[in-house]
Design a binder for this molecule. Structure first.
Ligand SMILES: Cc1ncc(COP(=O)(O)O)c(C=O)c1O
Length: 387
């Protein structure tokens, strides 16, 4: 018998990562994982960038814990432009995916029992990290304009005192919604007034179908830690993410990253730098990804309207996810095995639930499959519903 830590015991397994094994079967069209379309990942350009990077001997060496100077510079410029104010390079910490940024942040900021406000439904990877840190989760509802910041304000007024408020501000995972600008401003103001930190987890912001990303919450205040990622705009296998925020937070995260993995891969950081610095290529690439993903979203929503008329489907304006609501009495967790038998995967709403169980909901990722397979996937889902 081996005794594991009590902190570990409180981490719920990710139903989504478990599902990936089932949906990887060749006979299954997967709407389950939050995977960017493999056909849209720029492998040839990455190979060229890798060749350039490898010409430099340091590309295969250990690097600085906070990230390669060239990458921190380009990310600082990019974040400064998004936030409309200068963000110096020393306020950027490169991490091994933004998932690592979340984990390091939770570990430097939270003591067991600290309150963390999360959106309900929530990004499962964030829930896991906060559970591992021993946090007390406080769920907040979302609507079509994102987090109900008004509900947060009411609860703060009557004594709620969170250490952190986590939000996926743009193209929410799993709901697909984007926080409206007045709510962003209000959230930043509440952070100042009550002394908590906002974690603005934003891997999808640049995937706005109209090409106009929302102004970040971090543009409205200083008590915001912003997380970004190369995963959805370049490729997940680079495992390059980043964090910008107050100097004290950056320094603490950097020190803890020394314990976690010393540094993120110098090779993939060099590749990422090369790709982001080639602005003509990067802009054209983003345009192509956005256009292809928007087309997939249209195919998905019109197939749902036609083949599953009883289901309510969100209207995506960017990102990768559609949120489906089946009629009262449906249990999407029970539907999933039938769907897999019919050759399609999705994630039941219950996987993202913090408080409300969400039995009738499902998250579908429209971005992963080529357009031609998207309709077939919905057809299979419709067949599973009537089976
Ligand atoms: C909201 C959100 N944050 C963070 C991540 C982690 O992404 P990565 O570690 O690949 O940067 C994901 C991945 O799907 C996500 O959806």
């Amino acid at each position: 018998m081996i005794t594991l830590s009590t902190r570990w015991e409180s981490v719920r397994g990710s139903a989504i990562r478990d599902l990936l094994t089932l949906t990887a079967r060749p006979d299954v069209l997967s709407l389950a994982g939050g995977l960017p379309g493999t056909d849209l990942l720029p492998r040839e350009r990455i190979a060229e960038a890798a060749a350039v990077a490898l010409a430099e001997p340091t590309s295969v060496q250990y690097g600085e814990t906070a990230g390669l100077a060239g990458l921190r510079d380009v990310l600082a410029a990019h974040e400064s432009q998004r936030c409309g104010r200068p963000i110096p390079s020393d306020r950027v910490v490169v991490t091994s995916g933004s998932q690592q940024a979340l984990d390091l942040l939770a570990r430097v900021l939270l003591d067991p029992g600290d309150v963390v406000v999360v959106e309900d439904p929530a990004y499962v990877g964030a829930l896991q990290v906060f559970q591992a840190a021993g946090a007390a989760l406080h769920p907040l509802p979302l609507d079509g304009d994102g987090m109900r910041v008004d509900v947060l304000a009411e609860r703060l007024a009557v004594g709620l005192r969170p250490r952190l408020v986590h939000t996926v501000s743009s193209f929410h995972n799993p709901r697909g919604v984007t926080m409206a600008a007045p709510r962003r401003r209000e959230l930043a103001a509440l952070a100042d007034r009550y002394g908590f930190l906002v974690v603005e987890d934003d891997p999808y912001g640049l995937l706005a179908f109209d090409g106009a990303p929302a102004v970040p919450v971090a543009a409205y205040g200083d008590r915001v830690v912003r997380l970004g990622s190369a995963s959805k705009i370049l490729a997940p296998a680079l495992r390059v993410g980043w964090l910008t925020g107050p100097a004290q937070v950056c320094a603490a995260v950097e020190r803890l990253k020394q314990c976690a993995d010393l540094c993120t891969s110098s090779l993939t950081q060099s590749i990422t730098t090369e790709l982001l610095c080639d602005t003509a290529w990067f802009d054209a690439h983003l345009h192509r990804v956005r256009a292809a993903t928007a087309a997939r979203a249209r195919t998905f929503t019109s197939a749902v309207a036609e083949l599953l008329p009883q289901v309510t489907c969100s209207t995506p304006t960017g990102g990768m996810f559609c949120w489906l609501d089946f009629p009262e009495g449906t249990d999407t967790t029970a539907l999933l095995p039938r769907a897999l038998e019919h050759g399609v995967g999705f994630v039941p709403g219950s996987a993202f639930a913090v408080d409300a169980p969400l039995p009738t909901a499902a998250r579908c990722c429209f971005a992963s499959l080529p357009d031609a397979d998207v309709r077939e996937a919905v057809q299979r889902l419709a067949d599973a519903v009537v089976a």
